[in-house]
Design a protein. Sequence first.
Length: 135
Amino acid sequence: MADHINLGITRLEVTDKGLQLARPMAVPSVLLIGITDSTTPAVEDPIRIERGASIADFDLVSGAPSELTKAYLEAKSGGAENIEMFVLSDVSGSRWSTITEPNRYTALDRAYGLLLNHAVDFVVPVGAYVDAPNL
């Protein structure tokens, strides 16, 4: 082998301290879309609820469970393991504490546009009803 004195030797050392990337779950994913007035979760951004994540972040500011918290508990008790949550906001980006039916459907229309290319198996619009009056 030829001796190349002008070429330095590069040594690569990866110090990731045991970092492991989580594999995506193989079970169907469920996306819950609803409201909460809590400022902890991001607005209009799907948040995956992993093992150990605090579902209490989605509770109302008063400490009572929000519609998203209740829907999460229902989905979990029904066997769902791969759950994401999406907090609706009004046009200005503010969180809803209460919402009227027409406003909910306007917010859902906006959310569906934002989630158009989001990979999910089931989308659950929490608190929305097919037979809601005044639409």
